[in-house]
Design a protein. Structure first.
Lengths: 357, 241
């Protein structure tokens, strides 16, 4: 290979017109919430910077992240990222298989040492030496560590890779573990959700590959551009919340009118994601718009936080299953009862000792 | 802290000596003021907080003409600010106030006398000890409970501001100061639950606090209730020193 291959070279070779290319840049820049000049910057980066390959690996997961990703609403974003630019390896959707496929990993690791992006969908189970997820004859955890060694950065796709998700739900028999608890020495970007929104995924990949660095992350390692606000903050039903108008039953008048689902256990107030702004399936709808509360799928351990339909979280310590009010009321009743008994004993004592004296 | 200063008895119009009462100035004005502001804020916070977690029945009509949940939340946040500012002033007063103003902020676990005092008071409440000891400030057991309450209060302030920062935004000073709470509990659902449980902790404290204050006032013959108004602790039993 003589000259350095850029994204633009590959895109043009694939038959994408210059017009489509600039369109993609402006669309992506807009979806990332970047300024007006960003589209030009993006185009320039794609034209001049060497191509950054993306290796997409699958651990313990359900492939819903991939399903979401390939349905990205900006068709070009999907095409460009998926089939043209960068995705050098993705065992579920690539043409190559077996040794031929595995050879790509070795090649990328060597040729792009410290320069490729490792995108991980799902997580490694650590129990029994990682035997609960075998990939290419080896435990997935070994493959993950091996490919992470020379990666520039890691993208943790979905709730699985970010937090653990359903396979890590109690009692987590396989000891499924999120990526950041296994790989400690690489920058990791978490893109939680079950699955994450397609536009969020393509946006993140495009940002990382074009600018060669991670976008600004919040305390939890999530890209600020998509995860800095709660569903609740931008929910179109928010006025009903502030007014105190709630759906009380699934089939009541308020449900038909589209009032707030807070009392039905909607997790919008505790969930950071872009659903209420970006929405799903090309901006068609999102759970709350369809009349169902948010289940908080992009939040840590959302499977272990009680029912999706409870407002107050059930507390499962000491073999009990009650919410904070039930626990508090029971404790208040015990203490109140003890106080009453204590007061009674005190009164009796006073009377009897006075008699003595 | 077990000493009490003596106020000599005075003679009344008939030349009869009035009962001699020992009284000590314990709670300075800022401490008393803080106590009652704190109590009022807690009543507002616990009530509104309960209705934030379990809202009232839905309001009728258009959303544009109602703001019930908004007002409840506003009251909660305002009372929260009042409580937090009062707490800061109270901490300031622990530095500049008298010795009793500092008491609830630390536990003298290195003090053997204090430790045995805790056991003694526990015995008094278990009806094992016949006569209570008299203390000018909090008795050791009360001191312990009061300190736990202050920790609970601090926990409520910290988690409260962390939850408030979710609405105030990632660039808010609330998030900069208290966002670390979400490093401990990444899912804010947990922070809500802990905040809620801590509220019940305050309810338990209030039950015990009011009961023991009334009880001690009567049984141990030392003023507690009026002390938080006048600041004076009066020992009504002269014989028992």
């Amino acid at each position: 290979m003589a000259a350095i291959e850029t994204f633009y070279d590959v895109i043009r070779r694939q038959g994408v017109t210059r017009r489509s290319f600039t369109k993609f840049c402006s669309l992506t820049a807009a979806s990332l919430g970047l300024g007006q000049t960003a589209a030009t910057q993006m185009a320039q980066a794609l034209e001049t910077k060497p191509r950054i390959p993306v290796i997409w690996m699958h651990g313990l997961e359900c492939t819903c992240c991939s399903e979401s990703f390939i349905r990205s609403a900006h068709p070009l974003a999907k095409d460009v990222v998926l089939s043209m630019i960068s995705l050098d390896y993705d065992d579920t959707i690539m043409a190559a298989a077996g040794h031929q496929a595995e050879a790509i990993l070795e090649e990328t690791k060597e040729k792009y040492k410290g320069k490729y992006i490792l995108a991980v969908e799902g997580n490694p189970p650590l129990n029994e030496g990682g035997m609960f997820c075998i990939d290419g004859g080896k435990p997935f955890v070994e493959k993950l560590k091996w490919m992470a060694e020379d990666a520039m950065a890691i993208i943790a796709w979905g709730a699985c890779a970010s937090w653990g998700c359903v396979q890590a739900a109690k009692p987590n028999p396989t000891q499924a573990t999120p990526i950041d608890k296994v790989i400690k020495d690489k920058p990791i970007i978490k893109v939680p959700g079950c699955p994450p929104i397609a536009e969020v995924m393509t946006g993140v990949v495009t940002y990382v590959t074009t600018f060669g660095r991670l976008p600004e992350l919040d305390r939890q390692g999530r890209p600020k551009m998509f995860y800095s606000q709660r569903i609740h903050d931008k929910c179109y039903r928010r006025p009903h919340f502030d007014a105190g108008q709630f759906v009380e039953e699934w089939d009541d008048e308020a449900a038909r009118k589209g009032h707030c689902l807070y009392k039905m256990g909607c997790k919008g107030p505790t969930t950071y994601n872009a659903c209420s702004t970006v929405r799903w399936n090309g901006g068609v709808s999102f759970p709350i718009q369809s009349g169902h509360g948010c289940i908080g799928c992009s939040e840590e351990d959302f499977w272990d936080k009680g029912s999706f339909y409870d407002r107050l979280t059930k507390i499962n310590q000491f073999g009990i299953e009650h919410n904070a009010d039930e626990v508090g009321l029971a404790a208040a009743a015990v203490v109140g009862g003890a106080v009453a008994v204590h007061a009674g004993v005190t009164a009796v004592k006073r009377i009897t000792t006075k008699h003595e004296g | 802290m077990t000493e009490a200063t003596q106020i000599h008895g005075v003679l009344d119009a008939h030349g009869e000596k009035a009962a001699e009462l020992q009284s000590v100035y314990v709670y300075e004005a800022p401490v008393r003021l803080w106590h009652w502001i704190n109590a009022a804020a807690i009543i507002v916070l616990a009530t509104t907080g309960y209705f934030i977690a379990s809202p009232l029945p839905s309001t009728p009509g258009e959303a544009s003409s109602q703001f019930l949940m908004g007002y409840i939340r506003f009251a909660h946040f305002s009372a929260g600010y009042v409580l937090a500012v009062a707490l800061l002033l109270r901490i300031y007063w622990a530095f500049v106030g008298n010795e009793h103003a500092k008491q609830i902020f630390y536990l003298p676990v290195w003090d053997r006398q204090w430790l045995s005092g805790v056991l003694y008071e526990a015995g008094w409440y278990a009806f094992l000890v016949k006569r209570p000891k008299k203390y000018i400030g909090h008795n050791p057991l009360g001191h312990l409970v009061m300190h736990l309450f202050m920790l609970n209060l601090a926990f409520l302030v910290v988690t409260g501001f962390a939850l408030y920062s979710e609405g105030a935004g990632r660039d808010s000073w609330q998030y900069k100061l208290f966002g670390w709470v979400f490093a401990i509990w990444p899912n804010s659902q947990d922070v809500h639950t802990w905040h809620h449980l801590a509220m019940w902790g305050v309810v338990l404290f209030v039950i015990i606090h009011i009961y023991t204050a009334v009880r001690e006032d009567i049984v141990s013959r030392q003023s507690l209730i009026s002390s938080m108004i006048s600041g004076e602790r009066v020992f009504r039993d002269e014989a028992d020193k």
